[in-house]
Design a protein around this ligand. Sequence first.
Ligand SMILES: CSCCC(=O)C(=O)COP(=O)(O)O
Ligand SMILES: [Zn+2]
Length: 236
Amino acid sequence: MASSDQSNDHLVHSPDSQHPANLICELCRKFYTLGWVTGTGGGTSIRHNDHLFIAPSGVQKELMQPTDMFVMDFHSREYLRRPPNLKPSACTPLFYAAFSRRGAGCCIHTHSQWAVLVTLLVEREFGSSACFEIERIEQIKGIPKGRGDDGKVGGMLGYFERLRVPIIENTAREEDLTESLEAAMEKYPDTFAVLVRRHGIYVWGDNVQRAKTQCESLDYIFQLAVEMKKLGLPWT
Ligand SMILES: CSCCC(=O)C(=O)COP(=O)(O)O
Ligand SMILES: [Zn+2]
């Protein structure tokens, strides 16, 4: 185990663009252009074998360098690498829930305005206990159906199936969302995403590519849903 903050740098140094420390920085630069991680909000975490790669808290997520990454051991939850003068993301316990409870390889948290608006529209129209529901939109084929008894993803939603995304209430501190996120995972075992009212969304997938595809598909659907609502068109 590392005895100083500077040690274990080898965990984040790699010429491979697909190394999690490099990938988190590149993804956050892309997500920034989408308005997902502006003003230091939002972020991304990746699990690689027993190592969790976690960004620092309260930094400009589009300007991060691989050497800014924390590395946590999945089993002990101890930090193998802590960059000096930085704190790990406040989203860490929520990312951990996706890794431990859902076997995720990547979890993305966005502050997308489309996700926030959808949580407000659902509350106004269907009440605070309702989840977001939509059907007969081609892009829902970009969202997995859930897992079979073997734990494997059971294919993607079909055009005539209904997408449901649970919504939890926001809290004063990001960490305090953990309990309700875990409860939503229990209540909706097929879901790969949880919206947070007036805040954003957590989306996870088996690997980076799947989490990114699902997050993009959901954001497209939320933007469409907001525009549909403005035009008086029903979601279901
Ligand atoms: C203005 S961002 C407020 C905190 C937040 O919601 C978030 O997602 C970022 O947390 P982090 O600790 O990763 O900066
Ligand atoms: Zn947040």
